[in-house]
Write a protein that binds this ligand. Structure first.
Ligand SMILES: [Zn+2]
Ligand SMILES: [Zn+2]
Length: 313
């Protein structure tokens, strides 16, 4: 009799049980958000994260949670070739959630691509205020080359701050400013000392000799926004008389004609900063420019040496 009641109970329970149990719905929001934070901070492309957003309505809402947006990596931001209102809105939401990378990226895009200089600079400055070394250096370049109104003193201070955070190009720029007395009192020995340290750290870092290399941003370091600018200006026309920085992967354009420095030997290439000039010199221009220069110098030397003197050697 007792066994019969038990069987009846089991039967009735089975009748009321849902056929499929959605385990995801049983997970608490906090747990899903912490998983999404990991995903957004480690995604290597926009599609990695976007594919999660479109899974279901609940995931879409949780992906828009400010905690998740604040952690999103710059790799999840829209690419230049896919620029759209939804991509822009995602960047803005991330910036509003306190994402420093989004502040820097959106600030650079507004400043260079859409020519909103003031709001662009203020967003880059917001990232710089939160110790974002690349933002500090970009703001320093804007102040030093006059892209957003010249303020050499502020540029030198920003270079010094970014250099303290391990930004090698900022250290190099600071050394040059000291050496040339540009925006700061001239001190040639100190300037040379900083340039020597920058070169040593850069060379040691690229060879993996320094243990603390993880703290240094080497001169060939590229933030994803530099790729954005490079791609953007491969599709867009530059304003009349304006030039792009010749350092491959920098992507910054002039904001007024003749703003960038030229190579003093060939006058063929232009750079937004000394950091870009040094990087391009090492990677590419040394071979192109010095080849031209060496040939010229050799011709000049041969012409200058008298025949009888040349025959004596
Ligand atoms: Zn040259
Ligand atoms: Zn550059």
């Amino acid at each position: 009799m007792g066994e019969q009641i038990c069987l009846k109970k089991l039967k009735s329970t089975r009748d009321y049980e849902p056929k499929e149990v959605d385990l995801f719905e049983r997970l608490h929001d906090d747990l899903v958000i912490s998983i999404l934070c990991k995903l957004s901070s480690s995604s290597e492309s926009p599609s990695d994260f976007i594919s999660s957003r479109i899974t279901c309505k609940r995931m879409y809402e949780l992906c828009r949670n400010p905690i998740v947006l604040a952690k999103a990596s710059p790799e999840t931001f829209v690419r230049a070739k896919n620029w759209s209102e939804s991509g822009r809105a995602y960047l803005v939401d991330c910036a509003k959630a306190g994402n420093v990378e989004a502040c820097y990226t959106y600030g650079m895009i507004l400043f260079y691509c859409f020519e909103y200089r003031k709001i662009g600079q203020s967003l880059i400055a917001r990232a710089a205020n939160q110790s974002h070394a690349a933002a500090m250096y970009s703001l320093a370049v804007i102040k030093l080359n006059g892209s957003g109104g010249a303020d050499r003193r502020a540029g030198v201070i920003l270079c010094h701050q970014a250099a303290c955070l391990g930004h090698i190009n900022a250290l190099r720029e600071f050394g040059h400013c000291l050496q040339d007395g540009y925006g700061i009192s001239q001190n040639i020995p100190k300037g040379r000392q900083f340039l020597y340290i920058a070169n040593t750290r850069d060379n040691s870092g690229s060879c993996g000799l320094l243990k603390d290399v993880g703290r240094n941003l080497l001169s060939n370091y590229r933030h994803p926004v530099n790729q954005f600018l490079t791609d953007w200006y491969s599709m867009q026309e530059l304003g009349q008389g304006l030039r792009l920085c010749s350092n491959m992967g920098c992507g910054k354009p002039e904001t007024t004609p003749h703003q960038f420095r030229r190579c003093a030997m060939c006058f063929e290439v232009n750079y937004c900063s000394r950091g870009c000039q040094m990087c391009d010199w090492k990677l590419r221009h040394k071979a192109e420019c010095s080849q031209f220069d060496v040939d010229e110098v050799e011709v000049m030397l041969e012409e200058a040496v008298p025949e009888e003197a040349a025959g004596d050697t």
